[in-house]
Unconditional design. Sequence first.
Length: 204
Amino acid sequence: MDAANPRRRFEALVLPHLDAAYNLARWLCGNPGDADDVVQEAFLRAFRLFGSFRGDQPRPWLLAIVRNTWFTTWQKRKAAAETGYDESLLDADLPDWHGAPGDPEQWLLREEDIRLVHAALERLPVAFREVLVLRELEELHYRDIARIADIPVGTVMSRLARGRRMLAAAVVALRAGAQQAAAGSVPASSDPIPPAGDPRHGLQ
């Protein structure tokens, strides 16, 4: 077999999923710089392991490598930054998503919804964030998510259900904060300005 054939096959099957790999890494890492490093290392690992790949679905296989690369390389460093989540928020009502935009004002409202969802998703613990990204953004089947995250399908389903409730609650909280800020509820001049990243900023 020609030595170039494995490389060509890798490029044909795996490289088309670069965007999906980066998307997952971005949500796991929390910033583009670390995501770039994770994706680069994951693709090197994927190429080394490509000889053992069997099947016709390279995307779940690649995303599992991305997830494992992040886990082994970055999770210990990030673990200290993971914060707890107020589970009392889980009973919040689902947000009322805006419908299809019909005029410029509706476009702005829709873009605001997207920003709120992204900001809320970043606040979730990674165990829930990753299954939501894989299901809602990458549209993977439960069995593929289970293989990528190395958890049973039942756990995927329960994390998705709980994660959706947590996401909805976080969106409601962020939207309420944004509305208060728009109404003029800003810190008094004697109060310090919240630093970058402070939850009081609402959307980042």
